[in-house]
Design a protein around this ligand. Structure first.
Ligand SMILES: C[S@@+](CC[C@H](N)C(=O)[O-])C[C@H]1O[C@@H](n2cnc3c(N)ncnc32)[C@H](O)[C@@H]1O
Length: 261
């Protein structure tokens, strides 16, 4: 990503409209709930780093049960929104600005659990994505856990399908959406042989470039980097997906990964 795009992206996350949206939601996604359930017994003893915390949607669920909670975002105004939203958070809770690609202010092996929820990692371009994984490995304790979600490239053809809506405004929007997808990215067949791609998918009115990856390739990449016991969870159902099914996984717009560091 060039420097102009990087500055523009951060402006989007720091904008009033986006902050209002993210600071007003509290629902946990199904795979996040599955991951919370899987780790629940350990969380009261764990130090947690919430990367790209946005307006604190995940804070609502994790902060009250972990030993120490650090909610962080590279967008300064997201951090301010969290400070306003959680004025009476516990004594071991902090919110601060942190870029996931450079966590140099954090000591080695500090956290037990690191979360980068709701595809925050996909805001980071392909050249810097590996930096995030390397930083996670550095600041997480060996045997700790890392969970994140990422857009599924296998879902792309479904995004070009016209969904039928009764209201004409919604139907018109569908035409607009498909026209814009084609304008920015071309047709989905172009990506059939790709392992990953950077796309304008409509997020924040087509203003952001978003990383998409084939789940099987993401798992391979994590294993290559040394992450262990990589588990994959469906966004739609929250169920764990067997690795043998990953290359047919075309109904989930994104999936969650849980792995050991
Ligand atoms: C889709 S929002 C998700 C917000 C929140 N995690 C949630 O689930 O509601 C992505 C978040 O990632 C943050 N982000 C993007 N790039 C980042 C980076 N390099 N380091 C830290 N946060 C980043 C954005 O500022 C934004 O708050």
């Amino acid at each position: 990503m060039n420097i102009i795009d990087a500055v523009k992206d951060k402006q989007v996350w720091n904008s009033d409209e986006v902050i209002r949206t993210y600071a007003s939601v509290a629902n946990l996604q199904k795979p996040e709930q599955a991951i919370l359930n899987a780790l629940r017994n350990h969380l009261p003893n764990w130090r947690m780093l919430d990367l790209g915390v946005g307006g604190g949607r995940t804070t609502v669920h994790f902060e009250p049960i972990v030993y120490e909670y650090h909610g962080t975002d590279y967008a300064e105004r997201m951090v301010e929104a969290c400070l306003q939203r959680f004025p009476s958070a516990g004594p071991r809770t902090r919110f601060f600005v942190l870029d996931a690609t450079d966590m140099s202010g954090i000591p080695n092996q500090y956290y037990d659990f690191i979360l980068f929820s709701f595809n925050g990692i996909d805001c980071i371009g392909p050249n810097d994505r590996e930096k995030v994984f390397r930083e996670v490995q550095r600041v997480c304790k060996p045997g700790g856990y890392f969970a994140f979600s990422s857009h599924n490239l296998l879902y792309l053809p479904k995004m070009y399908r016209l969904k039928w809506y009764r209201r004409w405004r919604e139907l018109l929007y569908q035409f607009y959406r498909i026209a814009m997808l084609t304008y920015y990215n071309g047709l989905p067949g172009k990506y059939a042989d790709k392992k990953f791609a950077v796309l304008r998918d409509g997020v924040e009115h087509f203003s952001l470039s978003i990383y998409y990856i084939q789940p099987e390739y993401q798992v391979w990449q994590l294993q290559r980097l040394g992450f262990r016991n990589v588990r994959v969870f469906s966004y739609k159902t929250g169920q764990e997906i067997d690795h043998s099914r990953l290359n047919t996984l075309n109904a989930d717009a994104w999936v969650y990964y849980l792995c050991e560091v």
